[in-house]
Design a protein around this ligand. Structure first.
Ligand code: F6P
Length: 341
């Protein structure tokens, strides 16, 4: 078979490890050949390809980002987009596609499967918000980076007797905030799944200050105060139509300083969480997902996504995979509340 590979949506550490696994096993075990599509769905849409052989994937296991490039292009927003993809895929002699992505990229993969193309999906996102898999690769790396940042912010905050509000990514899911906040011993964690009361957060800050602890409040970029509107924190929309979030930490730091009188600073970790080398956990998960994805393609088991369930890699339908977002359940959030304040 001749197989096209693409990576879509926000990049994340581990994408190259998947590409390496798919191509290595595909060539050496199954005897397939590969074509790389550049920049997510833009590649098949505009016929942008690059060679993808064993020599191209050598040494990329630990490399962050994606050698294929990425974009948030949605072919269903382009008139005749599906027909263009079909034509370009046929012209390149492609029998099947492997799409690495999150809810958007895999949502397109599902629709293309319905439209008759052979696609297998691999779940990626630092947000860990895909429902059909226990974990997505990139998440462990992002949590590690955020945790290290919290550790570092804690020592400077403690030296200056300041409160610190740390903003992490995650869009509409609070997984990064929950895990990094827990690992970093945060004195408050705010997630999009539950609106927060500014007065309560100020109470946490005051009780920390009263016992000589410089409080660290970790907030997800999508967290909102009670009655708050997402629009207040939105900076336009991306190519896929999602609001671009950011600014809650700066806003909250000012509120805390005004209400408590404690000097308060904010730090936004932003894309630092997505860059650089994947952790060992993410390298292993990416590699296993890649090895299983190429088996699914080889068996022509299209319309499926490989997923982690417990310690097993299983196949689930793309329909199930893109059905709903996996958000933080209230009981998981309640569990860590004992550390707040
Ligand atoms: O979905 C991954 C993610 O990093 C989100 O956590 C974040 O909201 C968004 O992508 C940022 O997107 P961009 O790289 O387009 O600014």
């Amino acid at each position: 078979m001749r197989i096209g590979l693409l990576t879509g949506g926000g990049d994340c550490p581990g994408l190259n490890a998947v590409i390496r696994a798919v191509v290595t096993k595909g060539v050496t075990v199954h005897g397939h050949e590969f074509v790389g599509f550049r920049d997510g769905w833009k590649g098949p849409l505009e016929g942008l390809t690059r060679p993808l052989g064993l020599e191209d994937v050598a040494g990329i296991l630990s490399l962050g980002g994606t050698i294929l490039g990425s974009s948030r292009t949605n072919p269903y927003s382009t008139d005749g987009g599906v027909d263009l993809i079909r034509e370009n895929v046929q012209r390149a002699g492609i029998d099947a596609l492997v799409a690495l992505g999150g809810e958007d990229t895999l949502g397109v993969a599902k629709r293309l499967t319905d439209d008759g193309l052979g696609v297998v999906g691999v779940p990626k996102t630092i947000d860990n918000d895909l429902a059909a898999t226990d974990y997505t690769f990139g998440f462990d790396t992002a949590v590690g980076i955020a945790t290290e940042a919290i550790d570092r912010l804690r020592t400077t905050a403690q030296s200056h007797h300041r409160a610190m509000v740390v903003e992490v990514m995650g869009r509409h899911a609070g997984w990064i905030a929950l895990h990094a906040g827990t690992a970093g011993g945060a004195n408050g964690i705010l997630i999009p799944e539950q609106q927060f009361e500014v007065a309560e957060v100020c109470g946490w800050v005051e009780s920390c200050m009263a016992r000589g602890v410089a409080p660290i409040i970790v907030t997800a970029e999508g967290a909102l105060p009670s009655g708050g509107e997402e629009q207040l924190l939105a900076h336009g929309v991306d190519e896929f139509g999602h609001v671009r979030l950011g600014g809650i930490a700066e806003w909250l730091a000012e509120e805390i300083e005004q209400a408590t009188g404690s000097e308060t600073r904010s730090a936004v970790l932003g894309h630092l969480q997505r860059g650089g080398t994947p952790t060992a956990y993410d390298r292993v998960l990416s590699t296993r997902l890649g090895l299983n994805a190429i088996d699914a393609v080889h068996e022509r088991d299209f319309g499926m996504m490989v997923a982690l369930r417990g310690t097993d890699i299983v196949r689930v339908s793309l329909a199930e995979a893109t059905d709903e977002l996996k958000t933080v359940p209230p009981e998981r959030y309640a569990e860590v509340a004992a550390f707040f304040g």
